[in-house]
Design a protein around this ligand. Structure first.
Ligand SMILES: [Zn+2]
Ligand SMILES: [Zn+2]
Length: 171
């Protein structure tokens, strides 16, 4: 995999991000478009083409709709892991016409920079805790409240005992 600004792209991992229910919704939408074309649109045609052609013609808008629905699921989960306002972005990509919402999303989305030291989930510099395992990403000394490094045993500022406060990386 190529490394671009600390973010590697793994298609399988990205596809896994889409909730399974969304795959189901996309298939239903695809079949719905097929049914709409075959049972309604072509019925009104004076000389309807062969059924196989009707299926193929309807497959185009059906695939586009299914693909856009999968992208909605992707944007929802991707925005969440990037610490963005995922409800707002899901709403925007759904309702801004002509897929312009998706273009804006992919231009503006925040980078994933870093991984949780405990479970390797993607993290963002603004996160205080890992969204998957609640690992404390910015531990502070309980006595003087200054930021301390992961793995520190004693606070370098006030010498407080930090055992268990900032566990070192476990992966
Ligand atoms: Zn974690
Ligand atoms: Zn301290």
């Amino acid at each position: 995999m190529t490394q671009t600004s600390g973010e590697r792209f793994n298609l399988g991992e990205e596809l896994n991000l889409i909730p399974q229910a969304m795959y189901f919704v996309a298939v239903i939408a695809f079949l719905g478009i097929e049914a709409l074309f075959i049972l309604v649109v072509f019925r009104q045609h004076p000389h309807p083409p062969a059924l196989i052609l009707q299926i193929l013609v309807a497959a185009l808008p059906g695939s586009v709709l299914g693909f856009l629905l999968l992208l909605v699921g992707y944007v929802n989960r991707d925005a969440k892991r990037r610490g963005m306002n995922y409800m707002m972005w899901t709403f925007l990509v759904l309702f801004i016409p002509n897929a312009i919402g998706y273009i804006i999303y992919f231009l503006l989305r925040q980078p994933i920079v870093g991984k949780c030291p405990q479970c390797a989930a993607p993290t963002n510099p603004s996160f205080n805790f890992c969204s998957k395992c609640k690992f404390n990403l910015h531990p502070a000394c309980p006595q003087c409240h200054r930021a301390i490094e992961l793995g520190a045993v004693f606070c370098p500022y006030c010498s407080a005992d930090l055992k268990g406060i900032a566990p070192a990386s476990q992966i």
